[in-house]
Design a protein around this ligand. Sequence first.
Ligand code: MG
Length: 426
Amino acid sequence: MKICDIRATTVSMPLEAPLRHSNGAHWGRFVRTIVEVETDDGYVGLGEMGGGGESAELGIRALKPYVLGHDPRDLEALPLKLANPTASLYNNRMQMVAAIEFACLDIVGQHWSCPVYQILGGKLRDRIPFASYLFYRYPNAAGEGEVRTVEQLVEHASALKTAHGFQTHKLKGGVFPPRYELESYRALVEAFPNDQFRWDPNAAWSVADSLEMAHAIAGLPNDYLEDPTWGLNGMRQVREKTPLLLATNTVIVNREHLVANLRDPAVDVILLDTTFWGGIRACLKAATICEAFQVPIGVHSSGELGIQLATMLHLGAVLPNLTFAADAHYHHLQDDVLAGGKLQYEAGSMAVPDGPGLGVTLDRDRLKYYAECYRTLGGYPYDRDPGRPAWYPLLPNLNWANPTNEAVPVIPSLPAWTAEPEEVES
Ligand code: MG
């Protein structure tokens, strides 16, 4: 079994409404690259990575000399071939390595007629609980879906809880002044007294603001405070003066960072992202180190469609030390590129796919449609706020969006795919 081709297709997937974060926004859509790896005996494996466009597709095609002829079952060799730690100083291939690893695992699972979780050691749970992942949002092109006020946020969380059954809520902050967001966070706790909470301002706060917010929420049912401030030393300063657990998906994204943190702790909870870490197996290896040191872990979301979501589900299934609900942006999507559309939540959790490989199937009609959406709308600058075009954040940020009086941008979007009506023969 040898890899004989790799393909990359950029897609734009519409969101319910533009999602705001500390650096800017997701402008009403996610741009993702769907990667397909084909073998000489007819298997096609699926991968996915963030971003897209000509450069991303070219980047994947440029890896052909490295992977053509490679046996997808040789999973240990793959990252060494593609992203040797020292050679990688000259390139930045981690997301591509991850996408190709997902596809190879998918192929191996299809070939061995078993789900990816069995390749990884076998599942310990059938379902993965998820957090609601709440964002402040701009209204969509129809003028709907805004989340700016405390009341709008609680209403939005309530609707998501009713629809999907979430029992953990994550507030993506770092948009408005910390004390304004604190009001929102407290209102969520009051609205859902039996649930768990986490807050992630994407490293936008100063150490002083982080400490003020950490002390303000101490005593609430917090899972953890995620990346309140930037850098290991900033996090360490906060950690030393608060009883809250601090989590990160930003400053510990490889084993070298992890070991540095074990020797001189700055973070308590390591959030493992199958993309940022370079694959499912890299996350599993990190989780094993954390298990030995009794360092808590979580499954992180970097803005996935269903293929990457499947990698998160298979990872979550095999981690003995997964004690927190996972994160996903997935419920903000209007559709997916998978056959049958979006995977479904039930009681705040999602079933781990049991089919061979990743257990998900690409819908070619949807892929074609969302690739056309990308060609029509193009990319968007993730690190720019469409409501404040000239603004960029300082680190720590000092110039927050105005929660009571701000420009509302008009952001173009395209509708979700709908099946062509079947022709009826008379
Ligand atoms: Mg985060």
